[in-house]
Ligand binder design. Sequence first.
Ligand code: CDP
Length: 247
Amino acid sequence: MSAAHDRHAAPHAVPVIAIDGPTASGKGTIAQRVASRLGFHYLDSGALYRLTAFAALRAGVMLEDPAGVAAVAAALPVAFPDGRIELAGKDVGDAIRTEPISQGASIVAAHPAVRDALLGRQRAFRRPPGLVCDGRDMGSVVFPDAVLKVFLTASAETRAQRRYKQLIEKGLPANLPAILQELRMRDARDSGRAVAPLQAGAPEAVLDSEGLTIETVVGTVLDRYGSAVRDQASGRSAGAAGSTLQG
Ligand code: CDP
């Protein structure tokens, strides 16, 4: 079933801020801070694709097998207690952040059946007073009626530097040229796929974080949200950002 058949024709009572963008653009950090400033819930949609790849590999299911991986996705025994990520009761927060799982997530994410299997789980995160979510298709497919859609980006070199710094800070091995190459591979796969490709949507959704501090980016998202809410209240189209995604 196409996710384009969205049931939310009237404005939804629970506001969603959708933050999409390529790998290492800072989506997770920004989305979590915006959520905490507004007292909203937070959804890391990428974690679901990572968990699916991780669970499939564990179960001996080939990542290139759409039906097999979709079955794994549909039955994922996942829980998010206090922001931790648990699979069958075990904390896998670090285990799903390795490079092989990042590439694996991007492989399983290209299967339409897998995306369909994860759709309901993602929408279930929409609870009062609001939701901030990050991923690749939050504004285009999962929450097309999001009150604010942001496409957070930065150059590949800057994003590779950020990922490199993150790994070094965690005491993990890191090689900058390899990170840059892997990041470009994942960008290409995520943007080039037929289903829910990574795309900026409307030009006004773009937020280029090149050279900006985290606080500046958070402030910009909060400002845009404030304007979007005012626009919605005054009856203007608040979903201007990303509205072209609806075709
Ligand atoms: O943190 P990073 O941006 O590197 O990755 P992530 O958000 O955890 O997503 C991992 C992979 O899952 C991505 O490379 C995408 O292929 C896929 N994904 C997706 O297809 N749709 C989403 N809404 C989120 C992630």
